[in-house]
Design a protein around this ligand. Structure first.
Ligand SMILES: Nc1ncnc2c1ncn2[C@@H]1O[C@H](COP(=O)(O)OP(=O)(O)OP(=O)(O)O)[C@@H](O)[C@H]1O
Ligand SMILES: Nc1ncnc2c1ncn2[C@@H]1O[C@H](COP(=O)(O)OP(=O)(O)OP(=O)(O)O)[C@@H](O)[C@H]1O
Ligand SMILES: [Mg+2]
Ligand SMILES: [Mg+2]
Lengths: 260, 260
């Protein structure tokens, strides 16, 4: 039965999608894990990031499954052209769905109930979350064994990490759900902005010490260019600093979570 | 009575807050406009960006005002150390508030009703929005005369602009509210990533031609460093490319909206 990993961060643009996509590809290609990538963000950027490597062909949507009864994301699993990687795409109705599910009993647990059959078929599920700590992110967290938190080199992103850890604490106390922090990933690390980078890295270390991943994701234009071309970074340029770092991160996370 | 300008974009991290803050400071300092900056994002990054230049001291919150009856953001106006600039800070409860107001009749119009008295006292109100097209952003749009849309050099950000313009269209048809697009601002323009920049600039021009601002905001580490120090970019380094660009943008937007 699959381990489930949520990629979440309150701050916008810190690299959640870039991390979820390239980590999932690395799990499949380099760690030999049957991987399911699930896009829980109505922006649909996971599908865009792999646009040239998968085809969305369904009338059923993730919103239908979340709001339905006895349904499972299993119905929505699409193959990709990357061996070992499957995808559940998001849909444009997800933002509205977040509002609708707010009225449901146990609104935080709808995804957990709809992921059981899919979990039987994979080794790991990676969930990309929207830039907030709302109901969709809560659903991802309660459906997950662990949470990976991308954090860029800004004091704003660090504030977002603190807020997310507060939410994880509330889930533990009030809803009795334990989601482990797989790690806080320093992202968009720019050697040209040494002063800011040093200040943020020190802040992360002081606040969360051993929760901070050893692997840092550097600024690497290949990551942005690959996303623009709808291709994962390893197929775009496996020698780029971004590709090397995400491969390393996959290995570090696979070890931390005993995925293989 | 003040012109009201929403700074909105669905995509995370494209520079909404950086734009709202520095544009508001430039309106006050260089365009001579009595300016109110309103933080509608529960992340509270406007307050963080000006942390060293204002003091938050209130038991009343923006959530209280939005959910109350007959209240006005007037009650929450704080002075800053920047002559001509006042601030209405956000509060941590805003994310929950977004859920609560979903049940209200005319949920999109709560801010419009709560901004009337404040408008009497200023020349322009600038509203910073969260990274989504949810109820808070809708409240900003219906309270606004115009919307400024930051867009960074990524195909994902462009997709977000298209979604936002779709929402503006729906507000027009269904709710009879006309919010003009003040402009689409190219942000984080990086001369080092020439290929991606050229592709996105061409895409913006093809899709939205004269809606695209003449002023482009370059990547400028002073913008990130100023935010880290809780100071606006003009006081941090007025000669930096970021400061020069935001001053220019303020002039361009003031002209487009006939603010002075
Ligand atoms: N390490 C990096 N180097 C260069 N560009 C990057 C890096 N990481 C992400 N990017 C680019 O930065 C932008 C934001 O990244 P991404 O969309 O993954 O962030 P996000 O946290 O998912 O955003 P959102 O909050 O909107 O969901 C994208 O255009 C992406 O290609
Ligand atoms: N032109 C620029 N050059 C360099 N850094 C920038 C620039 N614009 C913004 N930044 C930095 O990029 C990060 C994201 O910017 P900002 O917080 O303003 O975006 P946002 O759209 O408000 O994000 P969110 O979606 O989380 O609200 C911040 O750390 C900011 O300091
Ligand atoms: Mg994303
Ligand atoms: Mg912001």
């Amino acid at each position: 039965r699959a381990r489930v990993l949520a990629v979440a961060a309150q701050k916008g643009g810190v690299g959640k999608t870039t991390t979820a996509v390239n980590l999932a590809v690395a799990f499949a290609r380099y760690e030999g894990l049957r991987t399911l990538l699930l896009d829980l963000d109505g922006q649909g950027h996971v599908g865009a990031a792999l646009a040239s490597q998968f085809t969305d062909g369904d009338t059923t949507t993730l919103s239908d499954v979340l709001l339905g009864h006895g349904r499972d994301v299993d119905e929505l699993v699409h193959p990709t052209r990357i061996a070992g990687l499957w995808l559940v795409p998001s849909d444009k109705g997800l933002a509205a769905t977040e509002g609708i599910l707010a009225g449901r009993i146990g609104k935080e647990f709808l995804l957990r109930g709809a992921i059981r059959r899919a979990r039987e078929r994979f080794d790991v599920v990676v969930i990309d979350c929207p830039p907030n700590l709302g109901n969709l992110t809560l659903n991802a967290l309660t459906a997950s064994d662990a949470c990976l938190v991308p954090c860029d080199m800004s004091v704003l992103a660090m504030g977002g990490v603190a807020d997310l850890l507060g939410v994880v604490e509330t889930l533990r106390d009030r809803l009795d759900h334990d989601v482990r922090i797989a790690g806080i990933v320093p992202t968009r690390v720019d050697r040209r902005n040494a002063r800011v980078t040093a200040a943020v890295m020190e802040g992360l270390d002081t606040a969360w010490g051993d929760l901070v991943c050893r692997t840092r994701i550097p600024v690497s234009s290949a990551l942005a260019r690959a996303q623009m071309d709808g291709v994962n970074v390893f197929d775009y340029d496996a020698t780029s600093p971004g590709a090397v770092a995400y491969r390393e991160l996959a290995s570090e996370v696979a070890t931390r979570l005993a995925l293989r």
